[in-house]
Design a binder for this molecule. Structure first.
Ligand SMILES: [Zn+2]
Length: 467
């Protein structure tokens, strides 16, 4: 017997596959995109001028601005302070640097979660997350969605026509999952749309097992802390639901941008094979497929995985050009065993993406943070400043990307052959300081200059890194 069915909210309406704007118009004008996340709010204004001069010298032509700026752009609810961002865009435009302008909705300000605690996500263990990190929002919270659209709308109203803005970047690395009651109610509605009847859900979920049968949509909750294994189909459906909830957030902000700037491509940054986001559902909704790939220099199989992720992006884009939105020029801040990259490895990782169909190779981030959780995440301008080996390599790579602009529009097979003929794997892999003699001392016969004799692994500074 069916008990009082829970009211089902109207489904989050996706607008259907849009005409993809793609990268072609942008890359025809700018060539291969090169740059990274730029967070000028972390620096005094005099540094901004140095940044633009250094970007120009390094061949940078696109930077992503404002990803985590919500608290500065809207310090109090409804009070917007956008002039500083306007100054940044003016400065970048004067320097002929294009801007991928972000909506800052991945990292809500403290006032949002304080005034409206339900905007903060809940973990599977029932813990409501606190302010102080990022990505702590609940995608089902009407207040969060309204405030996210409000700040996004303020940016669109002010900057949609700004000549520096060449692309829009919605949120950041969508992929978190919330288990709160608001999400629970949305999950019930999502299941109702998917299965139609509770009986069909019971059949699909196999709920005769362990007495899990449901009699009403209202009995169904998100996967939460439980004494033993959770129904695997319940888990799978919750992942699908969570991906759809986040996609609805992206779509409503994207449509806001499109109404004001119909010719400007809108994107967000994917995360390779991220298991909590169904990119095959997302890909038709973005104008540009963009990915974050953080290859691990300590993992000898990392180049294979990076290539696999790049090929996934090319597939998601339907063979059209995609862009590498984020990668690290050297070390990151989150790995327990965290090797720096050699400048040659940085260049190789970038060229690998270009060879596999990327028309842009960007990094996180432009200038290394002086503080915060990513203080020790590498950047194109390191703590030690521009007069460093790493930054000189950044400039050299920018110059060679300008020479590689001819591969824009080329078929992937052709560009791969061109990239690696023009700049051989071994030449870019070998770090400065190594010589065949030094490599010979590793005793593994893995000299990069003699690949026919090589096994797996590679040498770095005369020390063999193979197992
Ligand atoms: Zn939630």
């Amino acid at each position: 017997m069916r008990l009082n069915p829970a009211p089902v909210k109207a489904p989050a309406r996706l607008t259907g596959p849009p005409a993809r704007r793609g990268l072609d118009a942008l890359t025809r004008e700018l060539g291969l995109l090169y740059g990274g996340d730029y967070n000028p709010e972390q620096w005094p204004r005099e540094v901004w001028h140095e940044d633009v001069a250094l970007m120009r010298a390094a061949g940078v032509n696109l930077v992503t601005v404002g990803v985590f700026s919500w608290a500065l752009l809207e310090p109090r609810p409804g009070e917007f302070e956008l002039d500083w961002l306007s100054d940044v865009l003016d400065l970048l435009h004067a320097g002929a640097i294009g801007v991928d302008l972000a909506t800052p909705t991945a990292s809500p300000p403290a006032w949002l979660g304080l005034r409206w605690p339900e905007t903060r996500a809940v973990t599977i263990d029932g813990v409501r997350l606190s302010h102080g990190s990022r990505n702590h929002f609940c995608p089902s919270s009407p207040v969060y969605r309204e405030r996210a659209l409000t700040i996004a709308g303020a940016l669109v109203d002010r900057f949609a026509a700004h000549p520096a803005v060449r692309m829009w970047h919605i949120g950041n690395e969508y992929g978190q999952v919330c288990h709160c009651d608001l999400c629970g109610a949305e999950f019930q509605a999502w299941l109702h749309r998917r299965y139609g009847t509770v009986d069909e859900l019971n059949r699909a979920w196999g709920t005769t097992f362990w007495s899990q049968r449901y009699d009403d949509w209202a009995e169904i909750v998100p996967p939460r802390a439980a004494p033993y294994l959770i129904n695997p189909t319940q888990n799978l459906d919750y992942r699908r639901f969570a991906s759809d909830q986040l996609l609805a957030l992206f779509v409503e902000q994207r449509d806001l941008v499109r109404r004001a700037a119909p010719a400007t491509p809108v994107t967000t940054n994917f995360m390779g094979f991220h298991p909590l986001t169904d990119y095959w559902q997302w890909a038709p909704e973005v104008d540009v497929v963009a990915d974050d790939t953080y290859g691990d220099p300590a993992d000898e199989d990392s180049p294979l995985r990076q290539g696999l992720a790049h090929d996934l992006m090319r597939g998601l884009a339907g063979g059209a050009p995609w862009m590498l939105m984020e990668q690290a020029p050297s070390a990151v801040n989150w790995r327990p065993h965290n090797l720096p990259k050699t400048p040659g490895r940085m260049r190789l990782d970038s060229l690998r993406a270009i060879a596999r169909g990327a028309d842009g190779s960007c990094f996180f981030q432009w200038r290394q943070s002086a503080f915060g959780a990513e203080r020790f995440h590498s950047a194109l301008v390191p703590h030690a400043g521009p007069d460093t080996r790493l930054h000189r390599a950044v400039g050299a790579h920018g110059a060679e990307l300008r020479r590689l602009d001819r591969v824009v529009g080329a078929r992937v097979e052709a560009r791969a052959a061109f990239v690696f003929d023009w700049s051989s794997w071994w030449a870019v892999e070998e770090p400065a300081g190594c010589s065949p003699g030094a490599l010979g001392r590793c005793g593994h016969g893995q000299c990069p200059r003699r690949p026919a004799r090589s096994g797996r692994g590679f040498c770095c500074r005369g020390r063999c890194l193979s197992p």
